[in-house]
Design a protein around this ligand. Structure first.
Ligand code: SF4
Length: 904
């Protein structure tokens, strides 16, 4: 055993979703990292989903930004082709000098930071401190604005503070879980696994899913309500009316702990009759009735919600309509009961704690409260303090486009893919005087427009804390050596602050020093005796030594010194009178309605095995096969109506932009709805940035965009050729420019390109030789009658590249050909089968279903057919499929159903 192999595992936290799973990372010789779930982390108890399990495949230095750059000329070119590398001192001097000059000339409102829920709390803390305390503006916003700011606003309206009153344990002790706008099985898979396990232990636990789509989460649901997009407020107002009619009020709780019921109830009762609500929501009345009765009859109910609720022009009202029902029944602050907003990103919650949104101060204090402003300024001893709400994400990029904001520093996020109306955001950045981008990835859509690029440490190198959806603070710990010039984001921010002449507030030497200050601020004048107590309190952690910080176990706030973790002040809310607020919520349709020109509703969201703009997860060969290219889900009747065919390409457009994706027929859509995933960027596909299509309408309270409802149309994207290329290295952008369509996915030792092209006369042999030729033997085959062309290059017995093109999309499956890239030497039979594109049937596993163990569809079908595996458990016993993270269990169930139906 080598020294490296003998290293113990480092306990850290997954950098993907808001579940916040504990991870054991063990670096091995050769640069690989073994990943396992942390068996004692309270979020996951050893479980990981497919994304978490594949983290070891994402830690190489390939594609990393490794040095600072200053560009004199920005033209959208990829960073690795730049020559303007500079040292850190020069880059930091430049950034400070430019920001200082803009502030001197135009005032602090002309500068901004745009940050990310990927940041560690310590990074977030100093970013917020610099902007609000030293620049004196609140122009710092975060990509968390795009996913959960409506939940924040809803909590503040109801509770007076952004407090999530639930934990994962509540899901396990509830008797009814209502999932609203949450494809938990794919987006928060370990929470979903905990729900599955709880149902196995307690079959009486009921599950209701409220979602326009029938997602994989519905597979274990007792009831699915496929509501009309945006009609959630009507549905929950109807529930409140029903609870009222059935006498379900918890009068004692309402009288002692709430305020404002009459107004909220009056609004709910208007149009709250079952038939009217059913019509408004597009749901069968009996189904709705069944849900209402179940909710009314079940004291222990958790309503968990996510982006389907938040990402709407009525997102904040949706949140409050849910909370109203829990306040009315007193189902909050008790085991197994409460409204539970689950966050998207790993540290969305940490960003909220430090006030990383443009409408928040630090430590859960308010910008519009003079006492809070004075308190934070006094604690920071800062020269000034922001006194009004800054620009929220969409407004910020509008202001950049209008020239009102002249310098922006974007940290750990890729807004040119993720923002709504993303083409306009791109134009805004093109016109901006100074764009600074801190990232660990060299080539992102946003980095291509940066004047200054600052290399950040990546997951595995950086160190600090994150807070998950259930308010659990966990350590992200370094377990890999940092590239010499990659730096923590907190360090870069503090260095710029010092160069701007603010050494006193930013003299931090470590993440631990920042965390201690953050914890002290949370406790500063946080006092019930002064009538100003905030639930967010980390006084129990404000004096950690470096060693104690390093060894910090996962712990949930509130954490007052001398009190147990997560001890809430009993039913005392952070409002002036300590009472929670009912909020009247009037149903409003989405702002932009479908019309003749754009008759469909575009919905957007995540897929199981990718994360955000794929800068990390897109590098994993294990994760890519599940959904290897952008796709659009279309109801089968809409396929007919719009002249589309399953498996062909379509162009989806809205008033704001367009994208091209593979058509996937899906009876799980509501008719008239389309679903596009959010992940594909210009680095991974020709034209699939979904943000470009999304309308920039925002919720008036939270500023969260309406990602779930954009009027759109769809039409066939006519091409003459379909094909794919498998090749060892990434192709140049110029190689791909002449194609009408391409999408890239990472394989094990190869890249997979799905391609399509126009022009019946396309000379494929010439294209293939121009872009794929090199050393070795060139094998090719052209079938003139079918119009097909196939070629492969083999060098030293290894497959180096292959291309298959045809006028039809029914090409050989890519799995077997892809598997040949891992062979040191092809066997004679494999070489002779190359241009057939498939081996003997036994070797062809089919499209990957279980990413953890690489089990394909054909293999599973065979086990069902020939070995009688009729449950996921039996498939797991035979093939291991579904036995690690369990993310594929819904697909296994569906495959079993399909296979059994085919036999019958
Ligand atoms: Fe990471 Fe998956 Fe856990 Fe989310 S559920 S934190 S992606 S392992």
């Amino acid at each position: 055993m080598t020294m490296v192999e003998a290293l113990p595992a480092t306990r850290t936290t997954c950098p993907y979703c808001g579940v916040g799973c504990g991870v054991l990372a063990t670096p091995r010789a050769g640069g690989t990292v073994d990943i396992a779930g942390d068996p004692v982390h309270p979020a996951n108890f050893g479980r990981l989903c497919s994304k978490g399990s594949a983290l070891g495949e994402t830690v190489s230095l390939e594609g990393r930004l490794l040095r600072p750059h200053i560009r004199s000329h920005v033209d959208g070119i990829a960073a690795e082709r730049l020559e303007e590398q500079v040292g850190w001192d020069e880059a930091l001097d430049y950034v400070a000098e430019k920001f200082g000059r803009v502030i001197a000339r135009h005032g602090a409102e002309a500068v901004a930071l745009y940050v990310s829920g990927q940041l560690l709390t310590e990074d977030y803390y100093v970013a917020n401190k610099l902007v609000k305390g030293w620049w004196g503006t609140a122009n710092i916003d975060t990509n968390s604005r795009l996913c959960m700011s409506s939940a924040v606003a809803g909590h503040k309206r109801a509770f007076g503070e952004d407090v999530v009153p639930c934990s994962y344990e509540d899901l396990e002790t509830a008797d009814l879980i209502v999932l609203v706008g949450s494809n938990t099985a794919w987006c928060h898979p370990v929470v979903y696994q905990r729900i599955v396990a709880a149902r196995e232990r307690r079959p009486e636990l009921k599950l209701v899913v409220i979602d326009p789509r029938r997602t994989p989460t519905c597979d274990i649901a007792d009831l699915h309500l496929p509501l009309r997009s945006g009609s959630d407020v009507a549905l929950f107002n109807g529930l409140l009316s029903h609870l009222h009619a059935q006498g379900c009020a918890d009068q004692g709780f309402i009288e002692r702990h709430t305020q404002g019921l009459d107004a909220a109830l009056r609004v709910a009762l208007e149009g709250g009759e079952l038939e009217a609500v059913a019509q408004a929501c597009g749901i069968d009345a009996p189904r709705l009735q069944a849900f209402y009765e179940l909710f009314a009859a079940t004291p222990r109910v958790v309503t968990m919600f996510s982006q389907g609720v938040n990402q709407a022009s009525s997102g904040t009202d949706k949140v409050n309509s849910i909370i109203n029902c829990h306040l009315y029944t007193g189902r909050i602050g008790k085991p197994g009961a409460g409204p539970f907003s689950i966050t998207g990103q790993p540290n969305a919650m940490g960003g909220r704690e430090v006030g990383g949104l443009a409408n928040m101060l630090a430590a859960h204090m308010d910008l519009d409260n003079p006492r809070h402003r004075q308190r934070v300024q006094a604690f920071w001893d800062s020269p000034r303090i922001a006194d009004k709400t800054g620009l929220k994400a969409v407004e910020l990029f509008e202001a950049i486009g209008q020239g009102r904001v002249k310098a922006v520093w974007i940290i750990a996020t890729n807004p040119l893919v993720s923002l709504p109306d993303a083409d306009r955001a791109r134009e805004a950045l093109r016109r901006c005087e100074l764009v600074v981008v801190s990232d660990c990835v060299a080539d992102t859509d946003t980095a291509r427009l940066a004047h200054v690029l600052l290399p950040a440490q990546a997951w595995g190198e950086k160190s600090g804390t994150v807070t998950n959806s259930e308010r659990c603070i966990s350590r992200q710990r370094a377990f890999l050596p940092s590239p010499p010039e990659a730096k923590p984001d907190w360090w870069a921010i503090c260095e710029v602050a010092k160069r701007l002449g603010y050494p006193e507030g930013f003299n931090f030497n470590s993440a631990q020093e920042i965390f201690s200050e953050h914890a002290r601020l949370s406790a500063f004048e946080n006092d019930a005796a002064q009538g100003d107590e905030r639930v967010f309190n980390l006084s129990g952690l404000d004096a950690l030594s470096e060693v104690q910080y390093d060894e910090l176990e996962p712990v949930r706030w509130p954490l007052r010194r001398g009190e147990p973790s997560a001890a809430f002040p009993q039913f005392r809310f952070t409002t002036p009178d300590g009472r929670a607020r009912f909020v009247p919520t009037v149903p409003r349709p989405p702002v932009n309605a479908p019309d003749e020109e754009f008759p469909l509703v575009l919905n957007t969201g995540r897929v199981r095995d990718q994360w955000h703009t794929m800068t990390r997860s897109g590098r994993s060969p294990r994760l890519s096969p599940h959904r290897p290219e952008p796709f659009v889900e279309v109801h089968p009747q809409d396929l007919l109506a719009y002249g589309l065919r399953d498996g062909e390409l379509a162009r989806i457009s809205s008033r704001w932009g367009a994208a091209v994706a593979r058509v996937q027929a899906s009876g799980e859509q509501r008719r008239g709805n389309l679903f596009l995933p959010i992940h594909w960027s210009d680095a991974f596909a020709a034209d699939a940035r979904v943000g470009a299509l999304v309308n920039p309408v925002v919720d008036p309270v939270s500023g969260e965009p309406e990602f779930k409802h954009t009027p759109a149309r769809i039409e066939a994207f006519a091409v003459d050729w379909y094909g794919f290329v498998l090749v060892r290295d990434v192709l140049n952008a110029t190689d791909l420019a002449e194609l009408a369509y391409w999408a890239r996915a990472s394989g094990a030792q190869f890249q997979r390109y799905e391609i399509a092209s126009r022009g019946a006369e396309q000379d494929w042999p010439a294209w293939a030789r121009a872009h794929l030729s090199g050393r070795g033997d060139w094998l090719d085959y052209a079938d003139a009658s079918a119009g097909a062309y196939r070629a492969a290059r083999v060098a030293d017995g290894r497959l180096e590249a292959c291309i298959f093109v045809s006028p039809r999309p029914d090409l050989p499956e890519r799995e077997w050909l892809g598997s040949l890239f891992s062979r040191e030497r092809l066997e004679a039979g494999e070489r002779s089968s190359l241009l057939a594109g498939r081996p003997s049937l036994d070797g062809d596993t089919g499209a990957t279903v279980c990413a953890c163990f690489g089990v394909g569809r054909r293999t599973l079908q065979k086990a069902i057919r020939e070995h009688g595996c009729t449950t996921p458990k039996q498939l797991g016993q035979r093939l291991k499929a579904g036995t690690n993270c369990g993310s594929c269990l819904p697909e296994l169930r569906r495959l079993i159903e399909e296979s059994m139906a085919a036999v019958e």
